[in-house]
Write a protein that binds this ligand. Structure first.
Ligand code: NAD
Length: 519
């Protein structure tokens, strides 16, 4: 039996959460009553803490979507000529407003996405950090001068604003993903049209209001940012609009399969950040204390609802039993419950569909010979029958079958064992997704091999640190079905700009490239 039962005395009720959300929104400059629908198309805003309805919002109509894209496109004509450091001033102001409203935004993230307080604050911190990064970047959008082959010629490349960026974002990072895209797109000279997850519209309203204020404060055009509230059909209209130069889409592989061909059909650009099925290899030399802590945070943190959540543990068979005993013990101490309670480490899943997906996956794993070592039980069912509080689960699997190779967006950690290092790498890479990966070892040969060309095939490969919790300074994204996109730091900005190769002839001759002779 689990040693710890649900944390906290009682869950807050839906009315209290609605009042707290309305206060946070008001502080950020948005009025919940004003955006509540009187009639027409609505978008329900719910909280996973209770499953209750917070508000019925007015959904964006198709005509309003078209008008938003048109306005963003018009603004682009002006915004692209504003010097990049001045564009950076807008993002600098946004970062200051996000800092001032960190608590309000974290409240909304907890209320809508169910994140525990420290993770909600961390998500907002990520927004602040990426604004800092983008402000610095606004003075560093460098091109290259290239050694040309012709005398009296200069060959170089320059980077120019691309156009309107359409951002589709997922529920589990309701604000950070928006900021990764928006802060960078704005300094690159691109207006943004944002379609957030239909599950997290209130956090989006708060961010939109803060950016509008930042624009007003810095004299930037209001049309640099537009918010669309709606479900998949709303996203589809944005995706199909030829005035949207780049669609940056974060979400499931299913969504990416639908979005990518539609954008390709009109020769638009796509930046895809899709699902992961992340693994960690635990070798015999792994530091046990560090590894247990890292595994618990990566696998059970955020209730298993990160794209980088650790879903597969590949443990050397000599250390597996001992390691799993410690891991199961740590799992059983995890307090599940109200994410506002500072003692809670695991909040709710996003909703009943996620609860069903977790139960079905656990049943399928056990049918395939998996042994449930801990977890999977429902918590707080009487108090919140419409919510989905579940204990994180560990299942020891006889092999890497279909269910292990599938991303179930819930806290399930599948354990596999290996004998040789090559076997561990083969298991590691034998899934369709390629986002994040880790190795726990004190053997430098193993560590370097994991990071080498024939090691992990993921976009993120770590040593002695879990799969989740990336810093904004690196480029974030993954390979294979994860979609190949890169966002946030390093040179990810290049996806938001177009490259022009420039050749200037400052001589009086006209030598042709490759020595071609003509006229
Ligand atoms: P989802 O795919 O259901 O929705 C994501 C967004 O896409 C939402 O805004 C949704 O309305 C929109 N959408 C869905 N279908 C669409 C379509 N056909 N056309 C246009 N828009 C469409 O994802 P979710 O459940 O909100 O989020 C969880 C998933 O996102 C997981 O698979 C997770 O791994 C992934 N994710 C990936 C990253 C990453 O950076 N790689 C980050 C966060 C989440």
């Amino acid at each position: 039996m689990p040693a710890a039962t649900p944390a906290g005395p009682r869950l807050p009720d839906t009315a209290a959460l609605r009042a707290r959300a309305a206060t946070a929104l008001r502080r950020c400059g948005a009025d919940l009553d004003a955006v509540t629908a009187a009639a027409g198309r609505t978008l329900p805003a719910r909280t996973p803490l209770t499953g209750g309805l917070l508000a019925d919002l007015a959904a964006t109509t198709p005509a309003q979507i078209d008008a938003a894209v048109a306005a963003a496109h018009r603004t682009f004509q002006e915004w692209r000529t504003v010097p990049a450091p001045r564009r950076g001033a807008l993002v600098k102001r946004l970062g200051a407003l996000l800092t001032a409203h960190q608590e309000d935004l974290a409240d909304l993230v907890t209320i809508e996405a169910g994140k525990i307080r420290s993770e909600a604050l961390g998500e907002v911190q990520e927004m602040i950090d990426v604004c800092d990064f983008a402000v610095g970047l606004s003075r560093q959008l460098y091109g290259r001068t290239i050694a040309g082959e012709r005398p009296g010629h200069r060959l170089s490349e320059s980077w120019h604003p691309l156009g309107v960026v359409g951002v589709l974002s997922a529920f589990n990072f309701p604000v950070a993903v928006w900021s990764w895209n928006t802060a960078i797109a704005l300094v690159c000279g691109d207006p943004v049209v944002w379609k957030p997850s239909e599950l997290t519209p209130l956090t989006a309203l708060a961010c939109d209001a803060l950016l509008a204020r930042a624009a007003a404060d810095t004299g930037a055009p209001a049309g640099v940012h537009h918010l669309l509230l709606g479900a998949r059909d709303c996203g589809e209209r944005l995706v199909d609009d030829p005035r949207v130069a780049l669609v940056s889409a974060t979400g499931s592989v299913r969504m990416g399969r639908e979005v990518a061909p539609r954008v390709a059909a009109r020769f638009g650009r796509c930046l895809l950040e899709l699902g992961g099925n992340n693994a960690a290899v635990v070798t015999p030399s792994a530091d046990p204390d560090l590894t247990v802590r890292a595994v618990v945070f990566s696998a059970a943190g955020t209730a298993g609802q990160r794209c980088t959540t650790l879903r597969r543990l590949i443990v050397h068979e000599d250390v597996a039993d001992h390691f799993l005993t410690r891991l199961v013990h740590a799992y059983q101490q995890l307090p599940v419950g109200d994410p506002f309670d500072p003692a809670t480490l695991v909040g709710p899943l996003i909703g009943p569909a996620a609860r069903t997906a977790m139960s079905k996956a656990l049943a399928a794993a056990q049918r395939a010979g998996g042994k449930l070592l801990t977890g999977g039980e429902r918590c707080l069912a009487d108090e919140a029958p419409e919510a989905a509080y579940l204990r994180p689960a560990i299942v020891r699997m006889p092999e890497q079958n279909g269910i292990v190779r599938t991303e179930t967006f819930a806290p399930i950690l599948y354990v596999l064992t290996y004998r040789t290092f090559d076997e561990a790498l083969a298991l590691h890479n034998d899934v369709p997704q390629g986002l994040s990966s880790s190795i726990f070892t004190r053997d430098q040969r193993e560590a370097e091999r994991f990071l080498a060309a024939d090691g992990s095939d993921c976009g993120i490969a770590n040593v002695n640190i879990g799969t989740s919790g990336a810093e904004i300074g690196g480029a974030f994204g993954g390979e294979k079905e994860t979609g190949g996109g890169r966002e946030s730091g390093s040179d990810a900005w290049r996806a938001y700009m177009r490259r022009a190769t420039n050749t200037v002839n400052y001589s009086a001759d006209l030598p042709l490239a490759q020595g071609v002779s003509f006229l």
